[in-house]
Design a protein around this ligand. Structure first.
Ligand SMILES: Nc1ccn([C@@H]2O[C@H](COP(=O)(O)OP(=O)(O)OP(=O)(O)O)[C@@H](O)[C@H]2O)c(=O)n1
Ligand SMILES: C[C@](O)(CO)[C@H](O)COP(=O)(O)O
Length: 222
């Protein structure tokens, strides 16, 4: 089993604000992208890392040990570019991860890879624990049953051939690669998500990520 990681980093980070896209912004002495790449480059079960970058960013990108390629207009197109850039025929499994989740741990990566022993797909998620409402114009309009609902995270792992075929057959928008995989009939196992594996989406998320990383540096947890 040879496993590769595809880090999708071709988004513009509009919601996060700033003068450069969120992956290039500083976080605890490095850039967001450096933290995310380090998690995969240091993992003993990841043999290759493919980084998918925006066309405006790729000329200046210097990442030793990482294959860089240009992404597309939406996340799914960027994932397809990453899959196409995998040039080692021995890679049988692929983990697809948002660059915007820099606090991912080795434990989560290991758990996703382990689940691929028995399932064509595997992804971390957290069960919804808060009550769910519907609302309109600032007022509650109803309640929603939360049983069986999960918050999806990345990395999402798959059999390489199966996810490549699933993406080739898929048309339209997809929230994530699990949606693409399920459209192709693949089974996807849920592994334990991690509250700290947040996606930097809005400006306040940089501080949340920084607190998590500083806490780890102070306590060296795995
Ligand atoms: N065309 C795109 C769009 C998104 N992504 C990546 O997909 C991940 C999840 O997307 P999101 O958090 O929405 O990032 P952005 O698209 O950058 O953010 P925004 O929607 O706020 O502009 C990010 O790592 C982003 O870089 C990508 O590679 N290619
Ligand atoms: C892939 C993802 O991170 C899983 O939670 C999420 O779907 C990305 O969502 P966004 O709409 O691009 O913020």
């Amino acid at each position: 089993m040879t496993c590769a990681a595809i880090i999708v980093a071709a988004g513009r980070g509009v919601r996060a604000g700033g003068t450069v896209a969120k992956q290039w912004q500083p976080l605890c002495g490095k850039r967001v992208i450096d933290h995310t790449l380090a998690a995969f480059l240091s993992h003993p079960q990841i043999a290759h890392v493919v980084l998918v970058l925006h066309a405006d960013d790729i000329a200046d990108a210097e990442f030793p040990g990482v294959a860089c390629t240009t992404g597309g207009a939406d996340r799914a197109a960027s994932v397809r570019a990453g899959l196409a850039a995998l040039d080692d025929a021995e890679v049988t499994r692929v983990l697809i991860h948002d660059v915007a989740r820099p606090c991912v741990t080795a434990r989560t990566i290991t758990d996703v890879i382990a689940a691929l022993e028995t399932s064509a797909g595997a992804a971390p998620a957290l069960p919804v624990t808060d009550a769910l409402w519907t609302g309109s114009h600032g007022h509650v309009t109803g309640t929603q049953d939360r049983s069986g609902l999960y918050r999806a995270q990345t990395p999402q792992g798959f059999d390489r051939a199966a996810i490549t075929a699933a993406h080739a057959a898929y048309t339209g928008q997809a929230a994530d690669d699990v949606e693409v995989a399920r459209a192709a009939g693949l089974d996807v196992a849920i592994v334990a998500g991690d509250e700290d594996n947040l996606k930097i989406t809005h400006p306040g998320d940089f501080d949340r990520a920084a607190r998590i990383i500083r806490g780890r540096n102070g306590h060296q947890t795995g």
